[in-house]
Design a protein around this ligand. Structure first.
Ligand code: FES
Length: 102
């Protein structure tokens, strides 16, 4: 497992989601206060990108059919999805956001 640079800190802002493509798939990033959160940018219901979904604190709602997930824990909170999303450890390294991927 290693940390991969995925964005610059300045690109990640509160109340917004950005999506980056990596060799491990799409990763979504957002910020809550000083903390940057990273998780898979693919709904477990039908693989829709979560980018563009409505944010409510730690919760994101899938824009396609409305499933909800906790962005910090990955927990699935509402149907039609039933499986959690992956979340990733984040490390800030100077101006860079790095995510632990395997
Ligand atoms: S693809 Fe996300 S709820 Fe259906």
């Amino acid at each position: 497992m290693s940390f991969l640079r995925v964005a610059r800190v300045a690109e990640v802002s509160e109340g917004r989601l950005i999506s980056v493509s990596t060799r491990y798939g799409r990763i979504a990033l957002t910020r809550i206060g000083d903390e940057v959160l990273a998780f898979q940018d693919a709904c477990t219901h039908d693989d829709a990108p979560l980018e563009g979904g409505e944010l409510d604190g730690e919760i994101i709602q899938c824009p396609r059919h409305g499933a909800r997930f906790n962005m910090r824990t990955g927990e699935c909170l509402r149907m039609p999805a039933t499986e959690d999303i992956e979340t990733y450890e984040v490390r800030l390294n100077g101006e860079d956001v790095e995510v632990k991927l395997d």
